[in-house]
Design a binder for this molecule. Structure first.
Ligand code: AMP
Length: 114
């Protein structure tokens, strides 16, 4: 399908990725341009373009994404400290319009974020 998102193409194995976790609702894989020693993305199979377009029907799925994020951080050895980020909209830095949770770990993180 020509209008698949980049992440749908990863889910369909049309584009290679370093897959860390997958179930029927989401996939997690390494970010191609890591911003920390550990940088993964947790992506719902459902191609919600961005968080602000999710609905109440997605509430359980959104919770699942957070739980998977914590799980993959822990499995990588970073249960104690990790940073999650969701960029919502181009001005917030979103470049791929298929909802995803960034999971970053392995270095100190500043607050507020840049
Ligand atoms: P965002 O800017 O929040 O939309 O994040 C998109 C993320 O996708 C960026 O961190 C990119 O490095 C990452 N990315 C883009 N293409 C790929 C790919 N083929 N495999 C893994 N990560 C990717």
């Amino acid at each position: 399908m020509a209008n698949k998102t980049l992440f749908e193409r990863i889910i369909a194995r049309e584009i290679p990725a370093s897959i860390l976790y997958e179930d029927t609702r989401c996939i997690a894989f390494g970010d191609i341009n890591p911003q920390a020693p550990f940088h993964a993305l947790v992506v719902p199979v459902k191609p919600i373009p961005k968080l602000s377009e999710s609905t109440a029907a997605d509430a359980e799925l959104l919770g699942h994404l957070l739980q998977v994020a914590a799980r993959i951080a822990a499995e990588a050895g970073y249960a104690g400290a990790f940073r999650l980020a969701i960029n919502n909209g181009a001005e917030a830095g979103q470049t791929v319009f298929h909802l995803h949770v960034h999971v970053l770990a392995g270095r100190p993180f500043l607050w507020p974020p840049g």
